[in-house]
Design a binder for this molecule. Sequence first.
Ligand SMILES: Cc1cc2nc3c(=O)[nH]c(=O)nc-3n(C[C@H](O)[C@H](O)[C@H](O)COP(=O)(O)O)c2cc1C
Length: 469
Amino acid sequence: MSKNVLKFTTSRLVANLFDTVNVVHDPFSKRIVKSGDRINLGKGHEIEFISAPNLHWPDTIFSFDRKTQVLYTCDAFGMHYCSDDTFDKDLEAIEADFRFYYDCLMGPNARSLLNAMKKMGELGKIEIIANGHGPLLYHHLNILKECYHNWSQKQATKETTVGLFYVSEYGYSDRMAQAISHGIQKSEVGVEIIDIATADVQEVNELAGRSAGIIIGMPPSDHVAAHGAISSLLSVVKNKQFIGFFECYGGDDEPISPLRKRFIDLGIKEAFPAIKVKQTPDEALFRELEESGTDMGQLVVRARNIKQIKSIDVNLEKALGRISNGLYIITTAKGETKSAMLASWVTQASLKPLGFTIAVAKDRAIESCLQIGDRFVLNVLEEGNYKQLKKHFLKRLLPGSDRFAGVNTQTAKNGSPILTDALAYMECEVLSTMECSDHYIMYCSVQDGRVSKPEGLTAVRHRKVGNYY
Ligand SMILES: Cc1cc2nc3c(=O)[nH]c(=O)nc-3n(C[C@H](O)[C@H](O)[C@H](O)COP(=O)(O)O)c2cc1C
């Protein structure tokens, strides 16, 4: 393959990018292409270009080689997964990363993705999808394509959407926007992202008009187009919408406070405290962004969820409430992040290995620390001695706060905190996960454990109704 072809197929083809930035640091012959154009490379390789905008970049373009039936998709269909396999041989090994990448990068543009997939359908047989990240899709191409289609359809038809407006490729804005949108999607709310450097005013107004929440990544202070888009947002927002702001750490971000005040003065409620970035974004900041996104998501669907809970049949509710479980606190430490959750949907599930399941709501902050292979501690609460711990771990905290402040802990062999006042603890590992509507059921094995009071009894949760924990 010639040097030029590689450039066409592995990078985005952007006229002004090549004109303004010397991307390859070397002179090379170029031709600007648009959707439907073809370039004949000889020996039967005719490359056809298919515009697939917004798939992580406003100007994404796919390239298709009819001879080999390879479709080059840039970021779409990728994953941040690296192994010795060139292809997607091991579906089980890649599926979690494939999904996570989709949620972060593609889900926010599900409608664009469905349009792109429609165009892919018109190409005829595709043998391989050669994405820009991770293994190439070949062995399980149809399954993975179907996943993309189903997830996008689900995402595009979500009744509630949050619009995220920012300037892509400015400071850390892309990674920050991804963290927030992942957090929003955890609460089963759709996200749509618009790059306000290139979007037109109608597009901005249309999305803002139908969004329950609006998030603004602060643009550079001298970016005329972005500020035009923000002024336009100010003119279309409604006071039942929620708003959130984050800085992009680009060096000359527009200050948040004056803009925030203008939205608040219009009666818009803030979903999370504005995220100001003082130092290079780190793991803790990305976590705060994700949690802030989840807070936004939970707020915009709160009224709908309460209505749904109320609509459950009363008898059924009472009968379900007779299912009882113990009371536990799950604690984790992953990298720099420590997290905890009060849980009662915990049930032993196997003898060999010793294993149990936990049910974790999709929008729990702890969910990202409970991926397959992650380790944690299951702390068992004691009957007659659990109220304080229960109260502490149910307290609502601001995104990024320390969950363990003021609690006595020791460190388990797997690094997670053990609650000193718990009746017993077990060191555990997540072995597999099943997606069940609004919760993940996680099957976990137990490696180690100890009881602090052999005569102590487990606290049991007796409920009157089954439409809450
Ligand atoms: C008695 C009780 C039991 C709970 N059990 C579970 C559970 O098994 N799974 C779950 O996802 N959430 C459960 N919750 C809810 C979470 O503990 C609680 O909402 C959560 O800690 C808030 O964290 P978040 O900010 O990450 O959403 C339970 C809540 C209560 C009051």
